[in-house]
Design a protein around this ligand. Structure first.
Ligand SMILES: *Cc1c(COP(=O)(O)O)cnc(C)c1O
Length: 425
């Protein structure tokens, strides 16, 4: 096809998202394979001692050792960078490896980070229990109030870190507003784009400096492998991340990179369909008499509906809802009430558990981003280790249920939920 008639040219920057998802980063070996090859090799051979020396020193491009160079991993990195609109990418063995690598390459002893209060639990643990031992401090702020970010900035602040939408309350952080706070102060804004993926939101185009992924979630999308990635400028990736990867080794396996490449091919289709399914389920839940509240950025009732509509191409596929505690019987609540816990909060939990246990189709699991809808009770699982007061302050009540909506028919998802939501129990 020729660029003159508007078809794709040879350069991913000219391609639409779907074309990038199936074509960007592809490299063929001498065998001319159509589907990307899996290079399951730990090292690479050289034609001569001189070539080996040149490859090791970096004066000649080419693969050396799969801790930091592998063609299958490189194909995944280039495809994801093209989809995010970033210059370069390094893949890692998990999302947490990506976040750790990012922190280790941006922060030194004495530095400070401003972190959204609503980030993945292990990310908070990383700052609290690990980075703190190396002299890095962090201040936690509301993702929805840029004023708190501004107030938390210090001369030694080097990193601002957020997820949007947040888990499980679907709060939206204003990336442009927070990027403006970081700009010109020697601090990088890092956005974990796990929930939207580049298909629905491209933080780099809104002023973020670095995008993080847990590829384990939507990018795989079928619950098979762990993976992670860091997308940023060529300068940051080549000068900071690559040397860290080469030294510390948080590397992605070539096999997992191949699975994730296949995941990227269908990501645009999956994200748009799952997001549409989630909107249908959210509307149905909002009209249900036993549901007190639905938290989903695609509903007009969401406090940041307008911001989400501006910042994202679609609302995404994670939603939470609060089940009415009065729906639970007192006997159910008495059976699970904890010492010193008010019966009202046990009733909320009993009502939420009844919805979850009523499901025959949906999977009861903490994972998200799968083609299969998953259902979770955050207060007793993913957020169960938080002290009850901190949980309540974070808005994660006992009646809250989180759904990661998949590719089933929305009618079947609603029919499954309606079993446990039936009035009167
Ligand atoms: C799961 C998750 C992570 C961690 O990713 P792993 O691949 O499990 O290490 C980080 N951020 C978000 C938002 C996640 O959901």
């Amino acid at each position: 096809m020729s660029g003159a008639v508007g078809g794709p040219t040879g350069s991913p920057e000219d391609w639409g998202m779907e074309t990038r998802a199936v074509r960007a980063g592809t490299r063929r070996s001498e065998f001319g394979e159509h589907s990307e090859a899996v290079f399951l090799t730990s090292s690479f051979v050289f034609e001569s001692a001189a070539q080996a020396a040149a490859r090791f020193s970096g004066s000649e491009d080419g693969n050396v050792y799969s801790r930091f160079s592998n063609p299958t991993v490189a194909m995944f990195e280039q495809r994801l960078a093209a989809m995010e609109g970033g210059e370069a990418c390094i893949a890692t063995g998990s999302g947490m490896a990506a976040i750790t690598t990012c922190a280790m390459t941006l922060l030194s002893a004495g530095d400070h980070a401003v972190v959204s209060r609503s980030v993945f639990g292990a990310t908070t643990n990383l700052f609290e229990n690990i980075l703190s031992r190396f002299g890095v401090s962090a201040t936690y702020v509301s993702p929805t109030d840029p004023g708190e970010w501004e107030a938390a900035m210090r001369p030694e602040t080097r990193m601002l870190y957020l997820e949007t939408p947040s888990n499980p309350l679907a709060e939206i952080a204003d990336v442009q507003a927070i990027a403006a706070i970081a700009r010109g102060r020697g601090a990088a804004l890092v956005v974990d784009n796990c929930f939207c993926t580049p298909v629905l939101q491209r933080p780099l185009s809104q002023g973020a400096d670095i995008v993080i992924h847990s590829a384990t979630k939507y990018i795989d999308g079928q619950g098979r492998v762990l993976g992670g990635a860091i997308v940023g400028s060529r300068e940051y990736i080549d000068k900071k991340v690559l040397p860290f990867l080469r030294t510390a080794g948080p590397s992605l396996s070539p096999f997992n990179a191949w699975v994730l490449l296949k995941g990227l091919e269908t990501l645009p289709l999956r994200m748009r369909q799952q997001s549409a399914n989630a909107l249908a389920v959210a509307r149905w839940l909002e009209a249900h008499p036993m549901v007190e509240r639905v938290l989903f950025p695609g509903l007009e009732s969401h406090p940041q509906f307008a911001l989400a509509a501006r910042q994202q191409d679609a609302p995404g596929a994670i939603l939470s809802f609060v089940v009415r505690g009065e729906g639970a019987s007192l006997d159910d609540a008495r059976a699970i009430v904890r010492p010193d816990e008010p019966i009202e909060s046990a009733r909320g939990r009993a009502a939420a558990w009844r919805v979850i246990d009523g499901c025959e189709l949906l999977s009861i699991t903490g994972n998200l981003g799968d083609t299969r809808t998953t259902i979770t009770h955050p207060a007793s699982t993913t957020h169960g280790r938080l002290p009850p007061a901190a949980r309540a302050a974070a808005g994660i009540g006992e009646g809250l249920v989180r759904l990661s909506v998949g590719l089933e028919s929305p009618e079947d998802i609603c029919a499954d939920l309606s079993r446990g939501l039936a009035e009167g129990g």
